[in-house]
Design a protein around this ligand. Structure first.
Ligand code: DQA
Length: 133
């Protein structure tokens, strides 16, 4: 699982949109529910670091669940990185990006991914996991 900018603030960041749970707490819940799955979690607020991580895990891991945060709508380079790696990527968003501002309807990521899950809160990550399972 790779999270982009500001997702380290889940739990306190705009809770009316993103909820009250921290990502660390949610990870604990996922690990308990899926004890046989080996999770790796990376978060960065820096575009190049997200690309480095995609390249690092993108040739050996079974699946990548990526929430690129605001970079979804701006980053050609993250889209290019997804196209360059072998591991399938599922794009996730907590909020329904299509029900928000116009600029959030543009994604440089979606067309490079296996699919997109958007609008189910933290459950979006588990739904992506279900695809890989
Ligand atoms: C987000 C949606 C993006 O538009 C926003 O910039 C985020 C979070 C989501 O999970 O709903 O940072 O990716």
């Amino acid at each position: 699982m790779i999270n982009g900018p500001n997702l380290n603030l889940l739990g306190t960041r705009e809770p009316e949109i993103y909820g009250h749970e921290t990502f660390d707490d949610y990870c604990l819940h996922l690990k308990k529910k899926y004890p046989s799955i080996e999770f790796s979690y990376f978060q960065s607020n820096i575009e190049g670091e997200i690309i480095d991580e995609l390249q690092r895990v993108g040739f050996s891991y079974a699946g990548i669940i990526l929430n690129p945060g605001g970079y979804t709508h701006t980053s050609v380079a993250i889209g290019d990185a997804i196209a360059a790696i072998k591991t399938e990527v599922v794009e996730v968003h907590l909020s329904n990006v299509h029900a928000r501002e116009e600029f959030r309807k543009i994604s440089h990521i979606s067309s490079k991914c296996k699919g997109t899950i958007s609008g189910f809160g933290l459950k979006s990550y588990e739904l992506a996991l279900q695809y890989f399972l």
